[in-house]
Design a protein around this ligand. Structure first.
Ligand SMILES: [Zn+2]
Length: 180
């Protein structure tokens, strides 16, 4: 798109002593502003979402995603970098302290997507394009993400790898902030 719109604009070329045309300058200023705006909107979105989650839900479970492994998969890398998952977790973590939430991080190998939240059957294969989860065992049909969310909600203690924020009924979390 950018290249197409820019096809007639004279770019700067120092080697050839050519200066950028006014239209090219204007165009790149516009693009720069748009990129900045999108970056700001994305930041706002993350802040608002993590605040909303912490204010609304006392107990949150998230999956410890194998981000490094997924980054090695080039198809996934761009969208993951876009989503800012590290930033999402970072914000949830510090807001959990402010708003006294409890956050459980679930083991990345827990089969939250492959497991049927209705009967517990585990699928051998589930491709990323399968948006609908259909159980081979009991025939249960459910949105893929909803199925995974229910599985995370029902995840046993044994698959929790990290507890953040308001972990116990004692005031340890707040106490540790006050004393530091
Ligand atoms: Zn099932």
């Amino acid at each position: 798109m950018i290249q197409y719109h820019n096809r007639n604009k004279q770019l700067e070329n120092r080697k050839q002593g050519v200066k950028a045309s006014n239209n090219a300058k204007k165009y790149y200023d516009k693009i720069r502003k748009q990129h900045h705006q999108i970056a700001c909107q994305r930041k706002d979105f993350l802040q608002q979402t993590t605040t909303y989650l912490c204010k609304t839900y006392a107990h949150i479970k998230i999956e410890s995603l194998n981000v490094k492994g997924m980054m090695a998969n080039h198809k996934l890398a761009a969208s993951i970098a876009d989503l800012g998952m590290y930033e999402f977790k970072r914000q949830l973590t510090y807001k959990a302290e402010w708003y006294t939430n409890r956050i459980d991080v679930i083991d990345q190998w827990y089969p939250s997507s492959k497991k049927c939240s209705n009967c517990g059957h585990k699928k051998e294969k589930l491709s990323l394009s399968d948006r609908l989860y259909v159980c081979d065992e009991c025939g249960f049909e459910i949105d893929r993400d909803l199925n995974a969310s229910i599985n995370l909600e029902q995840a046993p203690e044994s698959v929790i790898v990290e507890k953040i924020g308001w972990v116990t009924s004692e005031l340890t979390s707040v106490d540790s902030i006050k004393s530091s």
